[in-house]
Design a protein around this ligand. Structure first.
Ligand code: ATP
Ligand code: MG
Length: 205
């Protein structure tokens, strides 16, 4: 499993040789395809490669990164947007040395407006300058617009596709909604490949 995430890390590092991908949004077409799991494991793989990594949880609908990394979520990016609190005081260190996390904070009634605000754009730019890599978690693309809005503010987008669980038309819709805002899709992750499909992996290997 760890080798699969290291492979993903390498592929991302080679995905764009001309421009450094400092801010990367991870999204998918529907719920539960594995965005948050992929992001958390990729973050650890990048840290193991000597990178300084920040996770920003922009899934203001179903936040999970604070649960994965055991940090409190009483304050976070929503606190920064609503109250002008210094973002540095909201970023938590994690049990993984070199990996920091800006959790969501309290869930707001208007997530799309929040992630689309000028404040978020400015914050992501300044965090990208400070950290080598900023990984951004997000809600799925088909039900809500948050991820499409965020995709226009980042260097690249990684589209997670739940193997066998997502309808082709949903995946196409997701790709089109990213294309509509000129987002740069650097690649896709085919996630949750079952043991029956594994022959494919080994053939590829
Ligand atoms: N490669 C995998 N193998 C096995 N289980 C997985 C894999 N990826 C994700 N899961 C499991 O699938 C479930 C959904 O994963 P996750 O929360 O990462 O999805 P998500 O796309 O972030 O969901 P949401 O849309 O709710 O934010 C979790 O229980 C997770 O542990
Ligand atoms: Mg998630």
């Amino acid at each position: 499993v760890a080798e699969a995430y290291r492979g993903l890390r390498t592929n991302i590092q080679f995905a764009n040789l001309d421009k450094d991908i400092r801010t990367l949004l991870i999204t998918s077409s529907t719920q539960g395809e594995g965005k948050s799991t992929t992001l958390a494991n990729l973050a650890v793989a990048l840290v193991q490669d000597g990178k300084r990594v920040l996770i920003v949880d922009c899934d203001l609908r179903r936040p999970t990164q604070h649960k994965i990394f055991w940090v409190p979520n009483d304050e976070g990016i929503t606190t920064y947007i609503a109250t002008n609190t210094d973002s540095k005081s909201l970023i938590k260190t994690t049990v993984v040395p070199g990996l920091d996390l800006l959790p969501t904070g309290p869930i707001p009634p208007n997530p799309s407006e929040m992630v689309g605000s000028k404040k978020v754009r400015i914050l992501l730019a300044s965090l990208a300058a400070e950290y080598g890599t900023v990984l951004i978690d997000s809600p799925p693309l088909v039900p809500v617009t948050d991820a499409a809005i965020l995709s226009a503010q980042v260097d690249g987008v990684l589209l997670v596709i739940g193997s066998g669980s997502v309808d082709k038309n949903m995946a196409k819709f997701a790709k089109e909604s990213l294309a509509n805002v000129q987002a740069k899709i650097i690649g896709t992750v085919l996630n949750k490949v079952t043991s029956v499909d594994k022959g494919y992996y080994y053939r590829y290997y």
